[in-house]
Design a binder for this molecule. Structure first.
Ligand code: MG
Length: 380
């Protein structure tokens, strides 16, 4: 890999806040911050961002203090995305802002919660966390005098919407167009998607080992893990397990990030884009090499089989699904049980208002709310 003058210049094809496609509501520019910094700051000060602290990825929040939550996950994604963006001379502020916002629409209880809510909403347009993240920043955050939502730039909103069906895209206006026209998002958005994947695969290995649900022995069947473990063991033969795991995982992250930067630089150079419009017309340019892509896929398959479908995780998921289904049914049957602000919107679209209320809950709030509504003996 050629040494790069990382971060010293902004590539001509990087997103540029001075050429932003703008906000939905006109605002005077900030005298101190570029438009993407301002987006990031609005995200950090949002209610939905604070709630990420008590929402889970794989483990339910109260399972232990050492496991990742969506907040620490989002910070790890931002850290990786900024590093990659700097190496590729992209706009770090935009990648950071997308990373911090990318999970704002997640339900309580990780994927189990999202699947249950999507199932509850199947006759009412479905529920999808990506779309919900956009809904949070466009509508549900209500803190500004002149508009609903955070009034973020197009580039930030585009980055949040990772995938989207054509049917949904048609209802989204500007940010939906690329799914219809089959064009690409900014490189900053592409980088953040990969940073997300690198972050969760590796922290799930770490959390999985810490929880005892997976073991180092099992992980030796995964080439990406085994190759780095061997390197660490040969360099430090007597290393205690905790350090051994960290030294292995940090090398895995490094292998993935270096490969991503190298391959993406090659992809970009082949096309030599002149501006950010060229990026939109090009195929996706951020990618792993074929070799690392295969290794990364094998790691994901391992995690799906051995961690995400572990019976102890299944038990948490089953309970989480039950809580979400019960809450959905009880609120849909009587919107008067929801707080006032959700009742107002429920008069326009009942099911969506219920989904918004449930999606905004943290794990522990959903558990308490369930208890308040169903455990009669505790709350008479
Ligand atoms: Mg994520």
């Amino acid at each position: 890999m050629q040494p790069m003058l990382a971060g010293l210049i902004l590539a001509p094809f990087a997103a540029n806040p001075d050429n932003s496609l703008g906000r939905q509501h006109d605002e005077l520019p900030s005298p101190l911050r570029n438009a993407f910094q301002r987006d990031r700051d609005r995200i950090i000060h949002s209610t939905a961002f604070r709630r990420l602290e008590y929402k889970t990825q794989v483990f339910v929040n109260h399972e232990g203090d050492l496991f990742r939550t969506r907040l620490t996950h989002s910070l790890e994604v931002a850290q990786l995305a900024r590093g990659i963006a700097r190496t590729l001379n992209l706009h770090e502020d935009l990648t950071e802002a997308i990373a911090l916002a990318h999970d704002l629409g997640h339900t309580p209880f990780g994927h189990a919660g999202q699947d249950a809510l999507n199932d509850c909403m199947k006759d009412y347009g479905g529920f999808e966390h990506n779309l919900q993240s956009l809904r949070v920043v466009d509508k549900l955050e209500q803190r500004y005098a002149e508009f609903d939502g955070l009034n973020l730039t197009f580039e930030l909103r585009e980055g949040i919407l990772k995938h989207c069906s054509i049917k949904n895209a048609k209802q989204l206006g500007d940010v939906g167009e690329r799914f219809i026209n089959k064009t690409s998002p900014s490189l900053e958005a592409q980088v953040t998607n990969f940073a997300d994947e690198i972050a969760y695969n590796n922290h799930d290995v770490d959390d999985g080992l810490r929880s005892g649900l997976i073991s180092i022995e099992q992980l030796q069947s995964v080439e990406l893990f085994a190759s780095q473990l061997d390197l660490v063991k040969s360099k430090y033969p007597k290393l205690e397990q905790k350090r051994l795991i960290h030294e292995t995982i940090r090398r895995m992250i490094n292998v993935l990030v270096v490969d991503l930067c190298t391959q993406s630089t090659d992809n970009i150079n082949k096309i030599s884009p002149q501006n950010s419009q060229d990026i939109r017309q090009a195929p996706y340019l951020v990618s792993f090499s074929n070799k690392i892509d295969k290794q990364n896929l094998a790691l994901k398959q391992f995690l799906r089989k051995n961690l995400y479908q572990h019976y102890k995780v299944n038990r948490m998921s089953a309970k989480a699904e039950r809580i979400v289904r019960d809450l959905f049914a009880v609120f849909l049957a009587d919107i008067g049980l929801m707080p006032h602000e959700f009742q107002a919107y429920a008069k326009i679209d009942k099911a969506r208002a219920v989904a918004d209320y449930i999606a905004g809950m943290t794990d522990r709030f959903a558990i308490r709310e369930h208890r308040r509504l169903f455990a009669v003996e505790d709350y008479l």
